[in-house]
Design a protein around this ligand. Structure first.
Ligand SMILES: NC(=O)c1ccc[n+]([C@@H]2O[C@H](COP(=O)([O-])OP(=O)(O)OC[C@H]3O[C@@H](n4cnc5c(N)ncnc54)[C@H](O)[C@@H]3O)[C@@H](O)[C@H]2O)c1
Length: 348
């Protein structure tokens, strides 16, 4: 088992700060943040300076100059495939931020390249790593509510996410590809794989090019049904950002996670309640702390898997199933019908 994992971070923009801080904190567990890279020299230099490591403006040069065990790609989706293929081509493991890539074909190409070269590959899909969501999964796995049969999982906010991510105004796909993807992944995490999906999208914000609201209905292979909702145009106050709220019904009980991350569990007629909020870390702050802590937990999981040489829970192959559902949701909305995410069965 490797005791140290040398990490190179590519992309030092908005969200990468959470990865950089996570790897830095994880030095106690064997992460060695070795180098950083951004095509924007000012961002590369700032990150290198903040974390005391060499900085590069060219990922290929970083890979040639540094001995890395893993490249953590925190750029936007258009660059994920070339950067992942670069790392894989050099025999280095790769972690790719969500969305995995721009198209299904790109995602499959990355997974196939990694498979062929025998390279470890993971997708930084982090909602399922958030402490509250881990808690919900533990309750389900304990059997307290019996087999889950129905769920509503939602991320509905009006928080000004355009301020930190102005590129959202011009994306071709927004609500489902950016945040619905996380909620769909949670639906898989809690209720298992999906047989088909229906979806209605809305573009309620005229300043935004794509949909900023989506309402999806999923039939799971277990026969369970879930409703997955996401919007960046909610009006209610208090705004729950960045909390994911949910209700899951099982054969013998139910779980409700309400605003403020209060969880109520009904098990065989007995109700218990507790607070399941994300703890603050030294470098996290409200309201982003829930997301930041999910990113930390995801990095910690990847570090552990890399040290042990085992696949991540959100491996490339696993994340194809989430990405296929994103594609299926857009198709369902466009064609006004339920769509099977057939393409992820490519290896069945
Ligand atoms: N998981 C989450 O909760 C979450 C939240 C926000 C963003 N994200 C994801 O993180 C990714 C990055 O988003 P962001 O908001 O930080 O974007 P950003 O635009 O702020 O940062 C991206 C950075 O990548 C750099 N870059 C682009 N091409 C590069 C290349 N070839 N080599 C090196 N650097 C390059 C850019 O100069 C920029 O600094 C996206 O995929 C986004 O979906 C995830």
């Amino acid at each position: 088992m490797a005791s140290t994992i040398r990490v190179g971070v590519v992309g030092c923009g908005f969200y990468a700060q959470n990865h950089l801080n996570s790897w830095h904190e994880l030095r106690r567990e064997g992460a060695d943040l070795t180098a950083v890279c951004d095509v924007d020299p000012a961002k590369a230099e700032a990150a290198g300076g903040n974390f005391g490591v060499p900085h590069y403006t060219d990922a290929a040069k970083m890979l040639d100059a540094e001995k890395l065990d893993v490249v953590d790609i925190v750029t936007r989706h258009e660059t994920h495939r070339p950067l992942a293929e670069l790392a894989i081509g050099k025999g280095v493991a790769a972690i790719v931020q969500k969305p995995f890539a721009t198209t299904w074909d790109d995602c499959v190409a990355i997974v196939d390249a990694a498979d062929k070269a025998g390279i470890w590959l993971a997708v930084h899909e982090n909602f399922r790593f958030q402490t509250p969501m881990r808690h919900v999964k533990r309750v389900i796995d304990s059997g307290a509510i019996g087999r889950p049969t129905w769920a509503r999982i939602n991320f509905r906010t009006g928080y000004d996410i355009y301020k930190t991510q102005p590129y959202f105004y011009n994306e071709e796909r927004l609500a489902i590809a950016d945040v619905g993807i996380h909620v769909i992944d949670l639906a898989r995490f809690f209720l298992g794989e999906v047989a088909h999906i229906s979806c209605e999208t809305q573009r309620r914000n005229p300043k935004v090019r794509a949909e900023e609201t989506a309402t999806m209905m999923l039939r799971h292979e277990s026969d369970a049904v879930s409703v997955v909702e996401c919007t960046y145009g909610a009006r209610k106050l208090p705004d729950p950002f960045p909390e994911t709220l949910l209700e899951i019904e099982g054969e013998t009980g139910a779980i409700v996670v309400g605003i403020g991350l209060r969880m109520s569990v009904t098990s065989n007629g007995q109700v218990s309640e507790e607070s399941i909020g994300s703890p603050l870390r030294s470098w996290t702050s409200e309201p982003w702390h829930a997301s930041q802590e999910g990113a930390f937990n995801a990095c910690q999981h990847f570090l552990d898997c890399l040290k042990r040489g085992v696949p991540a829970d959100t491996s490339g192959e696993d994340n194809l199933k989430t990405f296929a559902l994103v594609d299926a949701a857009y198709k369902a909305a466009e064609e006004k019908r339920a769509v099977e995410p057939e393409n992820w069965r490519r290896k069945a």
